[in-house]
Write a protein that binds this ligand. Sequence first.
Ligand code: ADP
Ligand code: MG
Length: 213
Amino acid sequence: MLDISWAREWVELTITAISSHHVELTRLDRDIGDGDHGENMERGFSAVHGKLSGLAADATPADLLKLVATTLISTVGGASGPLVGTAYLKASAAVSGLTELDGSAVVDLLTAARDGIVLRGKAEVGDKTMIDAWTPAVDAAQRALDDDLSITEILRAAADAAEAGSASTDPLVARKGRASYLGERAIGHRDPGSVSSALILRAASDALHGNRS
Ligand code: ADP
Ligand code: MG
């Protein structure tokens, strides 16, 4: 089972991963967007970093995810702030009141996060957005759960699928967001939001080390 220490570790590893990849994220967004995705995400997650110490001692995973959501929504400009913020908000609601998450709750959390992004952004798989990372991740997590695999394997499957899904955006023409203005010129470039989403999902898996599962 996963508890608040896993959720905290997930958020802390995400802050570190976004910070160490922000130059790459911005470079990708310079190729097919307006070159601010790294700064947007880093601004949001460093604001989250500043708020972690204020988290109540008896906070649940849902409380922490809600803190991340409200912080991202209020500090990140650009399309990604409301989209990723909504993902955390819906993830929080999916595990509301739980102090420990089993495999099924983890899949619910990931599914709700993805559904939140779709609700706001209306993107489908193949539109060359962060959904190309999230939907394969959710599908892989659900398959791992159905196969009775452990939480470790569920989260590893999600992270692996997110990275593969992000790489699958390279040959696509974008149908949502700024990159959609470029038409065929977006071909050959990876979608930056799919890369940051894959970092978030890899951090969820890496956060398991030291946790019971
Ligand atoms: P902006 O496009 O406003 O500059 P960012 O650069 O921070 O915002 O984020 C761009 C990322 O947002 C894209 O790489 C893409 O993954 C994601 N994105 C844009 N529009 C949508 C959408 N409608 N649905 C899902 N993701 C989207
Ligand atoms: Mg941008």
